[in-house]
Design a protein around this ligand. Structure first.
Ligand code: SF4
Ligand code: SF4
Length: 91
């Protein structure tokens, strides 16, 4: 079993996801026009270098396209002006 500090590594294949950090989107807090007054474009989508956040259209909250691939780095969290994104822990 993988555990922090155990010396065993999470193989990263999604098989041992218990306790894994991942992004949580709080849709009610998202205000795309605060983020980008002219066009309502999400800043956080551009901040994820894995391209895991997708905004289907302007003025909509982004969606995480793959929970398994999210490493919980927080790069997207830091650019959101509304506190609509946070890194949570499963399990
Ligand atoms: S999640 Fe944050 S960064 Fe993205 S549109 Fe909403 S307020 Fe803007
Ligand atoms: S926490 Fe990191 S990997 Fe996950 S969606 Fe945000 S920027 Fe991408």
């Amino acid at each position: 079993m993988w555990a922090r500090g155990s010396g065993l590594e999470d193989p990263g294949d999604g098989a041992l996801d218990m306790g894994k950090k991942r992004l949580v989107v709080e849709f009610k807090k998202c205000e795309p026009r605060k983020c980008n007054p002219e066009a309502g474009v999400c800043r956080a989508c551009a901040a994820c270098n894995k391209k895991l956040l997708i905004q289907e259209s302007a003025d909509e909250a982004p969606m995480l396209v793959s929970e398994r691939m999210c490493v919980g780095c927080g790069d997207c969290v830091h650019v959101c002006p509304c506190g609509a994104l946070r890194v949570g822990v499963d399990g």
